[in-house]
Design a binder for this molecule. Structure first.
Ligand SMILES: [Zn+2]
Length: 455
């Protein structure tokens, strides 16, 4: 393992300076290393790759895998024979162990699994070192003003998240505090489960230089800041978990007078991509590979939305993630991004599994992207948060949380008009809308899914 964060960071900045070819070359080197390592130490990959030639550095040669397959072969998947499902399950059963070293050397993170399948991920020091090293590339795009603001507030970071459990953000922050007791005091997790006024008061007292959290939560806090109840001045706001639209990014940036750095991350690869000022995510493709593919796992050309995406995390050796079906629909930018980044630019269209599909009654189906609901409803003023749940093939139940002071009935009428318009545009005007009495509900991971299709 040997490489220090400093060496990795120097290397990461070097390939960025050298441009796309150097980045691609670096990806091949990291891929060949990881494939060789996986074949040597993981019984699952040894079997899966048994017919492949030696020295593979071409992703396209590797068979596809997914969460279900890896979870079902958990003990064989790990490259460390001491990592077993039984031990990991026992470890995550104790919430006090979040962030502590599993087997004295690993971080464990769980995913709630919007698909209903819980993920258990074991993360090694190399994954974390690469994650930290890649963070050093972000500094370059920060203005001097932001840097000064950050330093004067000593870089305090507020992570607004679901507390407890072993979710990635919580376990990762806990690990950071354990490893760096002095710096660790600069990172605090704020619970989304407390009443909003309490959360706002705590954040006002903490006055963070960095604010990170799920997009839905950050949007809600932007509402509080606009209303004057929240009075924080972060230099950087990092929303995650959902696709950021241009309107929402601008609102967050204006409200907080901050740089917004959207992050495209998954527990399977926490350093996947960072948003740029032109609303594209740039993939850290020296350490991660993202392949937009169709339903048969064939490559989808740039400029077209994919059915799903195959993810490879080239840093984590203990549980190699190689050509892993992540489920997101992404679109690869066909030409260089005006921001000047040499890394591939993608847009994330939301999970294919979140597509709403309605029967037309003529034996056909119409599908509407979850993103379109977001775009339509983000236009409505007075919506703090919404959730559209498909409760029957042609019924949508709309859960709304109006902003403080907004007229709930008027907000509902505006929301109903927007959704009706969207459905009519897609020839799905036979779909019934129901107004829910209950507010939007959280998933166990603390995420508010905006669109929940019928399962
Ligand atoms: Zn860009």
């Amino acid at each position: 393992m040997g490489e220090s964060v400093r060496q990795l960071a120097r290397e990461a900045r070097r390939v960025m300076r050298q441009g796309p070819e150097a980045i691609e070359q670096q990806q091949r080197v990291h891929l060949a290393e990881l494939v060789a390592y996986a074949r040597a130490h993981s019984p699952y990959y040894r079997e899966l790759y048994q017919d492949l030639p030696d020295g593979v550095d071409d992703l396209a040669l590797l068979p596809v895998t997914n969460k279900k397959k890896l979870m079902s072969r958990f003990d064989d998947w790990a490259t460390d024979r001491e990592v077993t499902r039984e031990k990991v399950e026992a470890f995550v059963a104790d919430p006090d162990l979040a962030g502590h070293r599993f087997l004295g050397r690993y971080l464990v993170a769980t995913t709630s699994g919007t698909s209903g399948l819980r993920g258990l991920f074991v993360i090694d020091d190399r994954y974390q070192a690469v994650h930290t090293a890649l963070g050093s590339r972000v500094g370059g795009v920060m203005g001097a003003r932001d840097l000064i603001r950050m330093i004067t507030r000593a870089g305090r970071t507020a992570i607004v998240s679901a507390p407890g459990g072993h979710f990635f953000t919580v376990a990762g922050a806990a690990r950071f505090r354990l490893d760096h007791p002095r710096l660790g005091r600069l990172t605090r997790v704020f619970s989304i489960h407390q009443p909003l006024p309490e959360l706002v008061a705590e954040l006002n007292r903490y006055n963070p230089a960095n604010l990170a959290g799920f997009l839905s939560m950050i949007t809600m806090l932007a509402g509080e800041q606009e209303a004057g109840r929240l009075r924080i001045h972060p230099a950087i706001v990092i929303p995650g978990g959902e696709t950021l639209t241009e309107d929402v990014r601008k609102r967050i940036a204006t409200t907080f007078q901050a740089t917004v750095r959207a992050a495209y991350a998954a527990t399977e690869c926490g350093f996947l991509g960072l948003g740029c000022a032109h609303d594209w995510y740039h993939v850290a493709s020296d350490w991660a590979a993202v392949e937009p593919v169709d339903t048969d796992y064939r490559p989808v050309p740039p400029g077209q939305p994919s059915h799903t995406v195959l993810l490879s995390n080239l840093a984590n050796r203990v549980q190699p993630i190689l050509r892993y079906d992540l489920g997101d629909s992404v679109l690869l930018r066909p030409n260089p991004c005006p921001c000047g980044s040499p890394f591939p630019a993608i847009r994330v269209q939301g999970r294919a599994a979140d597509m709403l599909t309605f029967p037309t009654g003529r034996g056909e189906h119409v599908s509407i992207s979850p993103m379109l609901f977001g775009t339509a409803l983000d236009r409505v003023t007075g919506v703090e948060r919404f959730q559209v749940v498909q409760t029957a093939p042609t019924t949508l139940r709309v859960r709304l949380q109006p902003s403080a002071g907004a007229d709930a009935d008027r907000v509902w009428q505006a929301v109903r008009d927007e959704i009706t318009h969207l459905l009519t545009e897609h020839k799905a005007d036979h779909v019934t809308l129901e107004r829910a009495e209950e507010p939007p509900q959280q998933s166990p991971g603390g995420k508010y899914r905006r669109i929940i299709p019928l399962t």
